[in-house]
Design a protein around this ligand. Structure first.
Ligand code: FAD
Length: 501
């Protein structure tokens, strides 16, 4: 069975299945594999395209493979760009493939809110992490393809005696071309369209792409299926409609897409006040280092190195790589001043400080069906960011850089860590020049209290039998590590529970 596209679903289409899954990212793919292999008939409905429309440039990626064309912005204390993937494979198509296990202390902090459900305890999650890591071929980034941008961080961390170095990614055949975020052009990345989704299809699952789910059907106080609009991937024009009747609906549309859909479907009141609340983002900001010998940050593993400081448990600094055009913008200059920076670009290394945030926001829906996002920074996160940026300055210098630029603190280059520290201390933090956030999470949380969570620890909604959520929206807190692996692991555990019910 091939993946169905808009060409296979013109006009009115009605299908039936045991389970319909909305979204085919890490969460939806993991759920589809478990449920199909357990013998359930499964239909996965995905808004984005069936076949990769990757071109190695940002415009194509944003148009076809980012939710809402890459235009999602959370307004609140400031304006933060929020990125999420789209297409058969979801965010795994365009992510940097870093694979982290959620630290034990984070999983243990969930015990109370999950009412003692022990399936998410570290020792019970560990074998599922092992299983998923094998399927998605997690490997250590090799020095041969890492590139200098990563090696500077690895060397810097080693020189300072910090834990860190090259990191693990699901890129078994990576050639180090540095454009993971535009989609892997060589098949080197084992995104979920190459493993979990084919496994689901081999067990009979059907994937319908180019179809945006707009409504969730409810009959007799129980979920009954979904209704969606089949759209041409280029023009966006509706070419068909799809109704899937199913006993169980699994929403795996991501931490923006899931609450957006639930609210658009008018289920807000029924599902309770926690829908779309508690948005975490892992906000990040970076430091650039200048090295005499060329670095070419856009070559090598996109994000392949990290370090940790035991004094900063909520900061996870890791590689920042940008293509030349985006790098020029990030330097904060325009016009002739920007032109004067061109010779610098090949010499720059980047490191991003990602914060496990205490700040929170919300996901709502506009009358056009797009996401309405807010986000409010917590002072504690800004303090963590400051301290993390300082430590990052030390690491870049120890790794071979001789000058530093902290864009958040201005566009002035400095030669020493002390000068960079002073800039960081004196920066106007009320500007909130936070660079980027690509990890929306925790917007339909799992828990036992319907006033603070949307789903029970079983994965089923408190307020609607047969509705389940299996994606990055279910985490009870921020993870502190990049979420794709934990999203797959939790969806696997939740889907096993559903399959056994
Ligand atoms: C640029 C970038 C880099 C990243 N790098 C990393 C990394 O290195 N490591 C890591 O662990 N994480 C990384 N992430 C985050 C990671 O990719 C996400 O956390 C993960 O993909 C979340 O999985 P999910 O299943 O919850 O949602 P998603 O991956 O967002 O999948 C949701 C899917 O649902 C579809 N959808 C949404 N609404 C509807 C609807 N109404 N109808 C039908 N379909 C719908 C979307 O098109 C999408 O395909 C990165 C993300 C980005 C954007």
């Amino acid at each position: 069975m091939t993946i169905r596209s808009y060409e296979d679903a013109h006009g009115d289409n009605t299908l039936e299945a045991d389970v319909v899954i909305v979204g085919s990212g890490p969460g939806g793919a993991a759920a589809a594999r478990v449920l199909a292999e357990a013998g359930r008939s499964v239909i996965v409905v995905e808004e984005g395209p069936a076949q990769s429309r990757f071109r190695p440039n940002q415009a194509h990626t944003m148009r076809y493979h980012m939710q809402e064309g890459g235009s999602m912005i959370a307004l609140g204390t400031a304006a933060v760009t929020v990125a999420a993937g789209r297409g058969v494979g979801g965010g795994s198509l365009i992510n940097s493939a870093m694979c982290w296990r959620t630290p034990d202390h984070v999983l243990e902090s969930w015990t109370e809110v999950l009412g003692g459900d022990d399936r998410f305890r570290p020792d019970h999650m560990a074998p599922v992490y092992d299983e998923i890591e094998e399927i998605i071929e997690v490997v250590m980034t090799s020095e041969t393809i890492a590139g200098e941008n990563n090696m500077i961080i690895a060397r810097g961390a080693a020189a300072l005696g910090l834990e860190g170095g090259l990191l693990r990614r699901n890129t078994p055949r990576c050639q180090g071309c540095g454009i993971c975020n535009f989609g892997c052009p060589t098949g080197g990345k084992a995104s979920v369209d190459r493993n979990l989704l084919p496994m689901a299809r081999a067990a009979g699952a059907v994937i319908q792409a180019d179809t945006k789910v707009l409504d969730i059907l409810v009959e007799d106080d129980r979920v009954a299926g979904i209704r969606g609009s089949v759209r041409h991937p280029d023009s966006g024009e509706e070419v068909g409609r799809l109704t899937v009747f199913a006993k169980d609906v699994v929403v795996s549309a991501g931490a923006v897409g899931t609450p957006r859909l639930l609210l658009q479907a008018g289920l807000g009141d029924r599902l309770g006040p926690a829908v779309g609340k508690g948005l975490h983002l892992h906000p990040g900001n970076g430091v650039f280092g200048y090295r005499e010998e060329p670095v070419h940050m856009w070559l090598g593993a996109t994000q392949g190195a990290y370090f940790e400081d035991p004094d900063l448990p909520d900061a996870l600094p890791h590689t920042l790589s940008l293509p030349p055009g985006a790098l020029l913008l990030a330097l904060g200059k325009t016009g002739l001043e920007a032109k004067a920076q061109l010779d610098l670009l090949p010499h720059l290394a980047g490191c991003l400080v990602m914060v496990s945030d205490k700040g929170e926001g919300t996901v709502g829906v506009t009358s056009e069906g797009t996401a309405e996002l807010s986000y409010y920074f917590a002072d504690q996160d800004l303090q963590t960011m400051k301290a993390g940026l300082k430590r990052t300055c030390d690491v870049l210098l120890a790794g071979g850089c001789t000058r530093l630029l902290v864009p958040l603190a201005g566009s002035e280059w400095v030669d020493t860590a002390e000068e960079a520290y002073a800039l960081i201390e004196n920066a106007d933090w009320t500007d909130y020049k936070l660079l980027y956030a690509a990890h929306p999470m925790a917007t339909c949380r799992m828990g036992t209290d319907p006033s603070t969570s949307v789903i029970k620890p079983s994965g089923e909604a408190h307020g609607l039998p047969g509705l389940h959520i299996m994606d990055s929206s279910v985490f009870p807190t921020s993870l502190g590590v990049n979420p794709q692996l934990t999203t797959m692991v939790m969806a696997t555990i939740l889907a096993r529970g559903l399959a056994a019910s």
